[in-house]
Design a protein around this ligand. Structure first.
Ligand code: OGA
Ligand code: NI
Length: 364
């Protein structure tokens, strides 16, 4: 996550690191020390056929949800409480829109390095071509190159990072961005109802939102057992929609202390609850740690679309989520301060949520 307001701040600077795609292109066996994860973080099993079953990760029919189907709404409630992740089918986003979006990402990463470098992250900016946020020289690096763009609202887009030399690139994002926003809003409206409010209750709390897209390119790796495509983290947003490759698995979520693979379903969208939602719901809905692994033979592409509030939002548990059975679990904090803290402590999983906002009880 990140955005252009970080410009000029002393903490928001992401250190430049080389393109992993180029590293692999120059030497398929190269594996610099900075990418080798600590033992505790290494993927235990990169043989996807052997990964723990993902058959329990809820699959929701979005069309039923949008109609207010009772069973589907209950499923959403359980999915957000027990998994923090689910996949949606029948989401109404045309296959053509998904295919064009995926093709646009593929086309971007296929550009020669010097072309991609025209869109490289500038100075303290998070947008553009580069890597995920790199806070220190010691930090372990992801086996991943990224193009990060703010996509909504229109007026805050920074078009200098949009690869307009690729035919259809802008149009693909334009169309998918609009559809993704509709889907994200519909899910939030349903969560609002589940929390006992009207459809707009949550929206009134988080206010205006921005949308950003993180386009991930995970090159193949000669030792997928030693690296991570993206290290474990939770998303510091309200809700995330993830498009993953139909054929190449990689996304894993932490469920009951185990890493579980989210098996790709053709044309489905993976949805996850973000930190902001967890806080607003007073911990009822969970923002779950997740990560991506790599493989030896094929590059994997994915697209995370984040919906997040404006900097000024003063966030804390909503009144309807606090009662004698569920005492207030988080203090209030400005979204920008939260983000600052989160990014500064990058790569410590979800520890930031516990350290910044969680109200300490005597037993913890
Ligand atoms: C992300 C993310 C997972 C994936 O970009 O925030 O979690 O499978 N990506 O690419
Ligand atoms: Ni994520």
């Amino acid at each position: 996550m990140g955005y252009e307001e970080y410009k000029g701040s002393d903490w928001g600077k992401s250190l430049p690191v080389p393109s992993v795609q180029e590293l692999v292109r120059n030497d398929p066996h190269s594996l610099p020390e900075r990418y080798i994860q600590l033992h505790t973080d290494r993927p235990l099993d990169t043989d996807m056929a052997m990964a723990p079953s993902s058959s329990d990760i809820p699959i929701l029919d979005f069309a039923l949800l949008a109609k207010g189907d009772h069973d589907e709404t209950r499923k959403l409630d359980l999915a957000c409480k027990e998994w923090g992740f689910f996949q949606i089918i029948n989401h109404g986003v045309a296959e053509e829109v998904l295919l064009k979006m995926k093709a646009a990402i593929a086309a971007f990463f296929e550009l020669p390095l010097e072309e991609k470098n025209k869109y490289v992250q500038a100075g303290n900016d998070f947008q553009g071509y580069g890597q995920g946020y790199v806070a220190s020289e010691e930090q372990k690096l992801d086996w991943c190159d990224v193009l990060f763009l703010i996509t909504l609202p229109h007026e805050i887009r920074n078009l200098k990072y949009w690869a307009d030399t690729i035919p259809g690139f802008k149009d693909a994002i334009e169309r998918y961005s609009k559809e993704a926003q509709k889907v994200a809003e519909e899910i939030c409206a349903n969560i609002s109802l589940l929390m006992g409010m009207d459809k707009d209750g949550l929206q009134r709390s988080y206010g205006k939102t921005k949308q950003a897209m993180r386009m991930n390119y995970y090159p193949p790796c000669s030792r997928p057992d030693l690296v991570l495509g993206i290290n474990h983290h939770s998303d510091p947003d309200i809700i995330t929609l993830l498009l993953q490759d139909d054929e190449i698995p990689g996304l894993q979520i932490k469920h009951k202390e185990e890493w579980i693979l989210v098996k790709p379903i053709h044309n489905a969208i993976v949805v996850n609850v973000g930190d902001v939602m967890e806080i607003l719901s007073n911990g009822m809905y969970k923002s779950i740690e997740h990560r991506a692994t790599t493989n030896e033979s094929k590059a994997r592409l994915s697209l995370a679309t984040f919906m997040f509030p404006y900097d000024e939002l003063e966030m804390g548990p909503m009144e309807c989520a606090v009662d004698e059975h569920r005492p207030r679990m988080y203090g209030n904090m400005k979204y920008l301060d939260y983000l600052r803290y989160t990014l500064g402590r990058k790569m410590e999983g979800k520890a930031h949520l516990d350290n910044t906002l969680k109200i300490k009880t005597s037993s913890s």
